[in-house]
Write a protein that binds this ligand. Structure first.
Ligand code: NAD
Ligand code: MG
Length: 403
């Protein structure tokens, strides 16, 4: 029996994880579940999965939540705050940590799992983008087993020989005959929108992803291609690749989740219906395979697969992420933080969709980029970038409110 902590249990990835776990209740047991504000859903999770701990991000509603657990006859203990999340990620009794908190808020509890050498199913790409080399050094130092469950990175992982899958090993992928990684992207809901059309898009449109059902922040990131920018950085760190050997391919059907090219001319692709339960089941059971509850792929009904080059002019977020990675140091953390603030402002109707890259670029130019020599340095860069991003939002013509 593997004991699992799910960080961000009430989110899209959290729900998919619990679904897979419930299909294999003889193999996986929920140790701790964390949530930010959806306490109704956390309660349902506790009733169904009976974890040892339920962890709330803040103490808002904690007393009432404890009472509701008691009323339901549950012995789940309630804890509050980041420290409690770190304990749930590093506890001796825990085997697997699913890192599915959205954004920089997931960094500290994810690192706690890394530093305790757990198997980590990484969805929270922002944590890796922010701390890059520090994160990967900690994986190697503590012998953590890092399994990417971002669908593209999971696909790449699946297309590697087992010897190359040990991400805490130092051998480069080139030594295994890998020449390039082809990172696929759906292109999001605005793939064919003109610049003029992009000026008018609303949060509701941005969150309506054509193929995937996801949280709001990552949905906007997919629409702006910032998600692909973050994923490019994620791929470089995970697989120790230079950015030049990762090529983004728009693939609107989202059937091929990414590909690996080898020196002999072969390209291996991982395919499947766009359902996060596939990479999650893979990460939970690796190196075995278990049923994920995912519909088998019917290629006859899909018929054709298409590929296009991304347009970094209409979607400057991809370019900004590339530039930040090239700058190095704290630049990716700055871009990530400014993006989080800008996406939040867009979702609240404070800025336009096309203002997101403007806010990020201003924040990147304003701050000084330093060497990311400690997690504290990165967290400070994140804090300052949020300040700059808020200032940039205020400067933007007082904000254009979208109806
Ligand atoms: P979501 O918004 O559906 O869920 C986010 C989770 O994080 C929730 O459980 C919420 O309670 C928690 N959370 C939010 N703010 C918090 C805070 N300040 N402190 C503690 N917890 C907090 O998001 P999601 O779509 O599940 O995405 C989660 C992560 O997985 C993101 O990093 C995203 O990029 C990544 N990811 C998601 C998908 C997907 O299909 N949804 C695919 C690949 C990667
Ligand atoms: Mg992805």
């Amino acid at each position: 029996m593997k004991r699992v902590t799910v960080l961000g249990a009430t989110g899209s990835i959290g729900r998919s994880t619990l679904d897979v776990m419930a299909r294999h209740s003889g193999r996986y047991e929920l140790y701790a579940a964390t949530a930010h504000s959806n306490l109704d859903e956390l309660l349902s999770i506790c009733i169904k999965h009976r974890p040892k701990f339920a962890i709330l991000a803040t103490d808002a509603g904690a007393a009432d939540f404890k009472q509701r657990l008691r009323d339901a006859g549950l012995s789940t203990e309630v804890r509050v705050g980041v420290e409690a999340m770190c304990e749930a990620s590093s506890a001796k009794d825990v085997d697997v940590v699913v890192a599915a908190i959205v954004g920089a808020a997931g960094l500290t509890p994810t690192l706690a799992a890394v530093n305790s050498g757990k198997r980590i199913l990484l969805a929270n790409k922002e944590a890796l983008v922010m701390t890059g080399g520090l994160f990967m050094d900690a994986v190697r130092k503590h012998g953590a087993e890092l399994l990417p469950i971002d669908s593209e990175h999971n696909a790449i992982y699946q297309c590697l020989p087992e010897a190359a899958q040990r991400l805490n090993d130092s051998a480069s992928l080139a030594a295994h005959g890998v020449t390039r990684v082809l990172l696929t992207a759906s292109g999001g809901p605005f793939r064919h929108f003109s610049r003029e059309q992009l000026q008018q898009v609303t949060p509701v449109q941005a969150c309506k992803h054509p193929n995937w059902s996801m949280g709001r922040k990552i949905s906007v990131d997919s629409a702006s291609l910032m998600n692909k920018g973050l994923e490019l950085i994620e791929a470089c760190w995970l697989f120790d690749l230079a950015p030049g050997s990762v090529q983004v391919h728009l693939h609107p059907e989202s059937i091929i989740h990414s590909m690996v090219e080898y020196v002999d001319g072969s390209i291996l692709a991982q395919m499947g219906n766009p359902d996060m339960r596939t990479p999650i089941a893979y990460g939970l059971a690796w190196p075995e395979r278990v049923d994920a509850g995912v519909e088998p792929l019917d290629l006859f009904s899909i018929g054709k697969l298409h590929f296009e080059k991304p347009d970094k002019e209409r979607f400057p977020c991809l370019r900004l992420a590339e530039e930040a990675f090239a700058l190095g140091g704290t630049a990716p953390a700055v871009v990530n933080a400014a993006n989080e603030v800008a996406v939040d402002a867009f979702l609240q109707g404070g800025i336009r969709f096309v203002d997101i890259p403007v806010v990020i670029e201003k924040s990147l130019l304003k701050g000084s980029i330093v060497r990311a020599d400690s997690v504290e340095t990165v967290i400070e860069a994140d804090r300052v970038a949020r300040q700059y991003a808020s200032e940039a939002i205020n400067e933007l013509a007082g904000g254009v409110v979208i109806p």
